[in-house]
Design a protein around this ligand. Structure first.
Ligand code: ZN
Length: 347
């Protein structure tokens, strides 16, 4: 009997208007999920919510300050997030008042008081493996890690040294062990942690696969979070797809990506799930395509992921994350055809 059961809620994905299955558009047939089994003694189902990129500096920081409300970006969605057993996010900045601006093209550092926003959003695990946590150098990164720890928020993908950055972050959820690994392959490479140097875990495939094999026996559910891909691209590259598949083959249950600032497809692969990019969750970019993102909602029972669905979100004009209004229904083809005929006749 397979260790993993999968009951993909494909209907939910289709309703969400999200492309599923093969991100490169090949013609592999869709997976047919097995029927769910239920027993009166089954362990309780739990819900994990994965959020996209959260950046609390620059325009977002200015908005927070002008409102004098450090949790401001999250008020509209906090009650939804509170329904999950665990919320994860990619935190795309250090939260610190330490360090020195390294003057990257964009340099982010959030005011320590912005931690209140992550608490309001019920965030319990963040990845600091991204291309902005080192914008103010090692002092700000270390301070950020310490402040997150003090706030009760677990960090993955960064640490005081290479060992800590690569070590799985394990969270006990009522006896279920969830393990998180996170990586980045977006410059600057000097942000990479060393034997005695704080930094991030670099997305080096052989090392990642070795980490996954190490973490597998320590975890009931193993999540790998790569910060990767091409900004504003609607789908992943062939190399990303290959690496995501290798991560699953090595033992990951979920791959949850970030960085492109726009959503990319969700793929079912061998009964596991790959979300290539969830897009932004709280960010202040001008391009309107970056104002819509996704949450990945995963339900699981003990070691078994039972469903993965995408929940669309939108960033409003006040830079707050909100549940996205449903897409307007598309007119039926027949109506369109009738309109065309009328337009032709009117000429
Ligand atoms: Zn990024």
């Amino acid at each position: 009997m397979p260790r993993w059961t999968r009951t993909a809620t494909l209907a939910g994905l289709i309703l969400a208007g999200v492309s599923v299955l093969d991100p490169l558009g090949s013609t592999r047939p869709p997976l047919s999920p097995p029927k769910p089994t239920s027993s009166p003694t089954a362990p309780r189902e739990y819900t994990l919510l994965f959020l996209g990129d959260i950046m609390l500096s620059r325009g977002v920081g200015a908005k927070i300050k002008s409102e004098s409300d450090w949790a401001y970006p999250f008020h509209e969605i906090a009650s939804t997030l509170r329904t999950a057993d665990l919320v994860y996010a990619n935190l795309e900045c250090p939260i610190s008042d330490q360090g020195r601006d390294l003057h990257h093209l964009y340099s982010f550092r959030a005011d320590p008081r912005a931690m209140a926003g992550l608490k309001e959003a019920s965030v319990r695990v963040v990845s600091q493996a991204n291309n902005h946590t080192y914008d103010w150098g090692p002092a700000a990164l270390l301070d950020s890690l310490e402040r997150l720890r003090a706030a009760g928020i677990r960090v993955t993908g960064a640490g005081q040294n290479d060992l800590e950055a690569h070590f799985p972050t394990i969270v006990d959820l009522d006896g279920v062990r969830l393990a998180f690994l996170a990586y980045v392959d977006v410059p600057p490479p000097e942000a990479t942690a060393g034997v005695e140097r704080p930094g991030v875990a670099w997305l080096e495939p052989a090392r990642v696969l070795a980490d996954i094999r190490f973490a597998r026996p320590l975890a009931d559910v193993l999540v790998v979070c790569p910060h990767w891909g091409v900004e504003y691209a609607p789908k992943p590259t062939r190399e990303q797809v290959k690496l995501a598949h290798a991560m699953i083959d090595a033992g990951a249950d979920l791959v949850v990506g970030s960085h492109p600032h726009v959503p990319e497809p969700l793929e079912a692969y061998h009964g596991r799930w790959i979300a290539y990019s969830l897009g932004n969750f709280v960010f202040d970019q001008h391009n309107s395509a970056t104002h819509r993102g996704l949450m990945l909602k995963v339900t699981a029972r003990a070691r078994h992921v039972t469903a993965a669905t995408l929940v669309p979100i939108a960033i409003n004009r006040s830079l707050q994350a909100t549940l996205a209004p449903p897409e307007p229904p598309k007119p039926a083809r027949r109506v369109l055809a009738a309109q065309k005929i009328r337009a032709t006749r009117a000429k």
